[in-house]
Structures are given as structure tokens and as C-alpha cells.
Design a protein around this ligand. Structure first.
Ligand SMILES: [Zn+2]
Ligand SMILES: [Zn+2]
Ligand SMILES: [Zn+2]
Ligand SMILES: [Zn+2]
Ligand SMILES: [Zn+2]
Length: 487
């Protein structure tokens, strides 16, 4: 039997029939880059009509991959002379120059009456001056609900904060601003790969040099693998904010940003949230009156801060909760949840952007996130265990100073008799920096990685001191080997 031949002329018609169904179109359009939409429109009259006249097609507009949206020049030429005098019209401001390509696209869309249809606008990595953000938020020709400006260029953050604070001012017109969500703090989404393993931590044997002990190496690898599997299993979601990720943001946002988020609370939502640790609450924190003793109070008031550390779904190591309580999706206030990546394709609602997708379709796990200041001395950077204010007092200087004596009775059934024998255990909690490579670690992690050298009695980290052995620090190990080799 010969190959089945479909006449070419039948293809556009079939596709047009299919896409004229608004449900199919709504599901399909967000997956197509703008260039593909235009080529589609160019193939036939009916497709041209569908693409350019259906409100669904431009609901979700991702311009981050559109070539004409990119500013073609670098700000300074190689001679260090400003490009402005040569390449720019004198009447053009710098902001206008940098926003030129996007303004061009927006006015084209406006002329075709398509701009109003855009509810989700993705401008990641493009040149987006703050003035342009102001227009998108304030001007009537735009109807954007969710805006993504991650890794945007030429975006003055201070100006952006002013724009946002103005948009949420108490005297703003009713029903404004239309914008509900902004993605700004997280990294832009990577181009889809067949196997999305790119954000996984590399194995410790690759990233941290060769470990001297085979056993420790296998052990560490096993620990990492099992903890990753455990993270996904425990959190039931692959979203990094809901997992035991540790630091989610590469850099800590400024105090001004935290205050801007506070001003926008409940009006505009972001891809980060404020830390709700008890020290940020002036009614619960220790607010100093009168002269201070010079020793910082571990419960003293902290300014608003953006939560940058994801602690996983299980809460404090001892009580499995925390004073501020976990954020429970669907129950806690909406402002407690970050917008998640990737952006929802088929909806521009905050709920859709915040909702974590669980691997088994079950209820979203509880969310525990905090700023680093609220975790000082209570969070292990290796295994991500942490203790809250009720379970570990800690101190302003991060040290495992307190040996918390936890008495618990282990039921031991004595043979023949029915009495219970009590076993007393001393549990050491809190974290300390024993190794700069490891960061602050808990006692369990210290026991795994920090050894005392048999020769010099100094402590060393078997993972970060490359030339060390199981029993000797790198210096003593190297010296003894060298001595052996010499004689
Ligand atoms: Zn606790
Ligand atoms: Zn905090
Ligand atoms: Zn640990
Ligand atoms: Zn170390
Ligand atoms: Zn030594």
C-alpha cells in the first residue's frame, strides 16, 4: 500500500475549522509564539480572520522571544562615547529610546484593536523602562492583569517601586489598578527542555571536588538523592517555594522592596511574599524603649523583609509548626502566597498563578517561608532542618550555644515485668558555622561532615577539605603522605 496522501489545500481549511472553535483556540494560542500566530494568519483568509479577530488569541502574550522587541544597540559604543548623540533623535529621552521596540509593538496591536485583549503580558529579559510599566498599569488602552518583567533590562527599580506605590495609593480611583500580579523577583523561565533536570543541584562529587573516602562519597550522594526524592514526596509538588529548597532567590531584595510589597498587600501580588516571622510583628516583637544594653535582643523588632528561604512542608523540626502558622492554600489570606512559575497559560487570575500543582492532584501542602534574619541560628543550610522561636531560643550571634536538654521517655518493656524504664536523652539543637563551605549546620550534619584530626586535633570538614582523609585533616594527611613518599 502506498503512503496516504493528504492534499495540501485541505490543510488550512481543516485547521481553520478547528481553530474557529473558541475553546480549542483558547487552549492552543498560548503555546504558539507570536511569529507563529502571524505566519498562521498569513496562510489563509479564514485563519487571518480567526487570529486577528478572536479575543482569545492574544489573551496571553509572550513577547520575550520576539526579535523585534529587543533594543538593537548597547548603551555605550566601544569608544565609550554615548550612542545617544549619534543614534538618537535629540528629542528622545533615554527611557523612550529603550522602550521604543515595545512601544512599536503595542501601538501596532492597539491599531488592530488587539491590545485590549491582552490579559497576561510576558516581557521577561526585554528592555522595559519603568515608564513603560507605568503606562501598562495606568493607561486605559492596556488591560493587563498579570505582567512578567523578570530579568528585564533598563528597568530602574526605584522608579518601578514609585510607580507601584502610586498605583496602590489610598486615593486611587475605584477599580484600579487593573494589574493584579507582577512577576519580577524570580528567574525567567528557561526554554523548555525534553528532561527538565536543569534546576537540580549537581551531585556533591562534581561540585565539591573529590572526596577522599569512598564511603563518605556514596553516603553523601545517597543522602542527596534520597533527600531530593523525599522533598518531592513530602511536598507533593515540584514547586520550589513549597519544597525544602533553602534559598530560592539568588539575591536578597532591599528593604524598599519589602515596604513596597507591604503597600501593595492585597492589591498587587508578586512572585515573592513577605516574611511573617513573629519579629516583624510589632505587637509580638520586642520593641526597645530607652537605652539599649548593646546586646541585641533575639526577639527584637525587624523591618518588613521578603521571605527568601523555602523551608518545606513539615515546619519546625520539634513542633512541626511555627508561631506565625503555615500558609494553607485556600484558607489563609491570598497575600501569603507567591505567584508560581511557570505563569498560567489559560488564565490571568491570581488564584491560578498561586495554586501549586501537586504530583498526585491532592491538596496543596502547607507553605513555610521566611527571611534569613528570622532563621539566624535556627536553620541548617545542609539538611534544611529548622527550629522556630518557641522551640529554640538561639541568640543573635548564630551559635549552637544552648544544649537543650530534651527529656523523653522511651517505652522499654522489661521482660516479665510491666514497668516502663525511662531513658534520658540529651538532644543538641540549633545551628553553627563549623565550615565555611557547609554554611550553618545542625549537629547531625556536623557529625556527618566535621571530623577531628587524629594528628593535630583540629576540626576539619571531610567534604570541603579536599585532601583530607577519614582520620586526618588535609594538612596532616598531605604531610604524612609526602613524608612517606620522600623516604
Ligand atoms: Zn517548634
Ligand atoms: Zn523574617
Ligand atoms: Zn543539618
Ligand atoms: Zn564543609
Ligand atoms: Zn591535622
Amino acid at each position: 500500500m502506498g503512503p496516504l496522501i493528504v492534499p495540501d489545500s485541505s490543510l488550512p481549511t481543516t485547521l481553520a475549522d478547528l481553530l474557529s472553535n473558541s475553546l480549542v483556540l483558547r487552549q492552543t494560542a498560548p503555546y504558539l509564539p507570536v511569529s507563529a500566530l502571524y505566519s498562521l494568519a498569513a496562510t489563509s483568509k479564514s485563519l487571518h480572520h480567526i487570529v486577528l479577530h478572536s479575543p482569545e488569541v492574544f489573551r496571553h502574550l509572550d513577547l520575550s522571544t520576539v526579535k523585534s522587541a529587543v533594543v538593537p544597540y548597547a548603551p555605550l559604543d566601544s569608544g565609550g562615547i554615548s550612542w545617544r548623540s549619534e543614534r538618537m533623535d535629540e528629542s528622545l529621552t533615554e527611557d523612550e529610546f529603550y522602550s521604543g521596540p515595545l512601544r512599536g509593538i503595542f501601538s501596532k496591536l492597539e491599531r488592530r484593536r488587539l491590545l485590549q485583549n491582552v490579559h497576561t503580558l510576558v516581557l521577561d529579559g526585554l528592555s522595559v523602562p519603568a515608564d513603560l510599566v507605568r503606562e501598562i498599569i495606568a493607561e486605559d488602552r492596556f488591560n493587563v492583569r498579570i505582567l512578567s518583567i523578570r530579568e528585564a533590562k533598563n528597568l530602574n527599580e526605584r522608579k518601578l517601586m514609585q510607580v507601584l506605590r502610586y498605583a496602590v495609593r489610598p486615593t486611587r480611583p475605584q477599580g484600579s489598578p487593573r494589574i493584579k500580579g507582577i512577576y519580577f523577583f524570580g528567574p525567567r523561565e528557561p526554554a523548555p527542555k525534553p528532561d527538565a533536570q536543569s534546576n537540580k543541584k549537581p551531585s556533591p562529587t562534581i561540585s565539591r571536588g573529590v572526596m577522599s573516602s569512598q564511603g563518605a562519597q556514596i553516603g553523601a550522594e545517597w543522602n542527596l538523592k534520597s533527600s531530593e526524592a523525599l522533598n518531592t514526596a513530602l511536598a507533593r509538588t515540584e514547586d520550589k517555594w513549597y519544597q525544602c529548597t533553602g534559598r530560592v532567590l539568588a539575591k536578597r531584595p532591599s528593604l524598599e522592596w519589602a515596604e513596597t510589597l507591604k503597600a501593595c498587600e492585597g492589591i498587587i501580588f508578586f512572585d515573592v511574599v513577605l516574611c511573617r516571622g513573629p519579629r516583624h510583628d510589632p505587637t509580638k516583637a520586642f520593641v526597645s524603649e530607652g537605652p539599649t544594653t548593646g546586646v541585641p535582643n533575639p526577639a527584637s523588632y525587624l523591618n518588613p523583609a521578603i521571605a527568601t528561604v523555602a523551608l518545606g512542608p513539615s515546619g519546625c523540626e520539634t513542633c512541626h509548626s511555627c508561631p506565625e502558622g503555615a500558609a494553607a492554600f485556600g484558607q489563609s489570606p491570598v497575600s501569603q502566597f507567591p505567584l508560581l512559575s511557570p505563569l498560567p497559560l489559560h488564565s490571568a487570575s491570581i488564584r491560578a498563578a498561586q495554586m501549586p500543582h501537586t504530583i498526585d492532584g491532592s491538596r496543596p501542602p502547607p507553605l513555610f517561608v521566611r527571611c534569613e534574619e528570622c532563621l539566624k541560628g535556627r536553620w541548617c543550610e545542609r539538611c534544611h532542618k529548622w527550629w522556630d522561636e518557641d522551640c529554640y531560643t538561639g541568640s543573635a550571634i548564630a551559635q549552637r550555644t544552648e544544649l537543650q536538654q530534651t527529656e523523653f521517655t522511651e517505652a522499654v518493656q522489661a521482660s516479665g515485668a510491666s514497668h516502663l524504664a525511662a531513658k534520658k536523652t540529651i538532644k543538641v539543637i540549633g545551628v553553627r558555622r563549623d565550615c565555611f563551605g557547609c554554611g550553618h549546620t545542625c549537629i547531625d550534619c556536623k557529625e556527618l561532615f566535621i571530623r577531628q584530626c587524629r594528628t593535630c586535633r583540629n576540626e576539619y570538614c571531610i567534604e570541603d577539605n579536599d585532601a583530607s582523609s577519614d582520620t586526618r585533616c588535609d594538612w596532616c594527611n598531605y604531610t604524612s603522605r609526602r613524608t612517606l613518599e620522600m623516604y
